[in-house]
Design a protein around this ligand. Structure first.
Ligand SMILES: C[S@@+](CC[C@H](N)C(=O)[O-])C[C@H]1O[C@@H](n2cnc3c(N)ncnc32)[C@H](O)[C@@H]1O
Length: 260
């Protein structure tokens, strides 16, 4: 049996409830602080403080051979001010004492085409249209797993997914403005974890990582501050229906800051 635990809380409150050295793999796409509905009113300073706090918590909760896959854009911003979002996360991860081992470029070029050209057919002020993001791949103290376990990846997928460019279309959801495709956590889980490992998504949104972890027989913990997204995740993952064979234990907790 595996467990699937969803915590509805601010990420820092939720992370505090997770035991030291208990996580095998973090997979997440954090907020980028670009004015999405779930980050209204967060100042640049608050955002920076939050990512440094969260990365410190990654360091604490990851096992010594624990790993992370953090999906971020290279840059973000308006066309006059460019923010180096990847660099912001790299800095926070390294400052926390974690090691970045590699980068996977997520090529989204098969997604819909936008038309923000800047200056059309003119060198006056052309804008680059972003069709790639990155996965920062890293670990806590050592990359090589300390124990043997059951891997679940096929030879064909191993050959393809150990290449550092992954081409995947973006996903869309009626309920959430920024989901990643199931294929993204599916590849990370198969490639970087054993069956029965514990996967954490500290910004779990509509529950994509948890759903895939459940399907691939991994334990999972998700945290999201939004009650609406948590409710959507519960529905999507099957918290209410359960599984026919009772192979998953579902746990839901709602934590408010004052309770801690
Ligand atoms: C990019 S989305 C993640 C989407 C997810 N990967 C999926 O496929 O559904 C980022 C999520 O972080 C959550 N979030 C933002 N700030 C947070 C905070 N301080 N604490 C907890 N969750 C937060 C948002 O509610 C949002 O759902």
């Amino acid at each position: 049996m595996v467990f699937c635990k969803l915590i509805c809380a601010d990420v820092r409150d939720g992370m505090r409830t997770i035991e030291d050295g208990s996580i095998d793999l973090v997979i997440t796409s954090p907020p980028y602080n670009v004015g999405k509905e779930y980050e209204v009113g967060v100042s640049r300073e608050e955002y920076t403080e939050m990512i440094f706090d969260v990365c410190k918590e990654f360091k604490r909760v990851l096992k010594p051979d624990g790993r992370f896959c953090c999906n971020v854009p290279f840059t973000m911003g308006s066309h006059s001010v460019t923010r180096l979002v990847m660099w912001e996360w790299e800095t926070a991860l390294l400052e926390a004492g974690l090691t970045i081992r590699d980068y996977i470029v997520w090529d989204q070029s098969n997604s819909g085409n936008d038309t923000a050209w800047g200056s059309w057919k003119s060198a006056s002020s052309p804008w680059l249209r972003h069709k790639a993001e990155v996965l920062l791949i890293g670990y806590n103290e050592q990359w090589k797993k300390m124990h043997k376990g059951e891997s679940s990846i096929s030879s064909r997928d191993f050959t393809r997914w150990t290449l550092d460019i992954w081409t995947m279309a973006c996903a869309r959801s009626k309920f959430h403005p920024a989901v990643f495709p199931e294929e993204l956590p599916r590849r990370c889980i198969h490639l970087f974890s054993y069956v029965g490992d514990v996967v954490l998504d500290p910004f779990s949104g509509a529950g994509t990582t948890l759903k895939v972890a459940r399907d691939l027989r991994r334990n999972s913990i998700g945290i999201d501050q939004s009650e609406a997204y948590c409710e959507e995740s519960k529905e999507r993952i099957g918290f209410c229906q359960g599984t026919i064979d009772n192979s998953v234990k579902f746990i839901y907790e709602k934590i408010s800051g004052e309770e801690l």
